[in-house]
Design a protein. Structure first.
Length: 95
């Protein structure tokens, strides 16, 4: 299983770090989410794979597993109101 770490909200910025993840079709990836924002909860969604971390409080972590079944570029978003619009988006690129 491929393991990745994504930090959210470093220094209060509305972004994922890294904001581009890569995977190979057919593999399962485990993503550890670390909320570095000191004040705001975030979440992590990959709608194409029905992945939703739920709210991750400031300073907390969460883990999601994704069975990568479709090639292409797939959106990653935080759907807390206003966060996506502020730039909290990314891509999962599947080869």
């Amino acid at each position: 299983m491929k393991e990745l770490t994504v930090e959210m909200g470093i220094n209060g910025e509305m972004k994922f770090t890294p904001d581009v993840l890569e995977a190979t079709k057919g593999e399962t990836i485990k993503i550890t989410l670390v909320n570095k924002d000191p004040n705001v909860a975030h979440n992590f969604l990959i709608p194409a794979f029905n992945v939703n971390s739920g709210q991750v409080p400031p300073g907390q972590t969460a883990t999601v597993e994704v069975k990568v079944t479709q090639s292409g570029e797939h959106d990653i978003i935080c759907d807390v109101p206003g966060h996506r619009e502020a730039g909290m988006v990314g891509k999962l690129i599947v080869n």
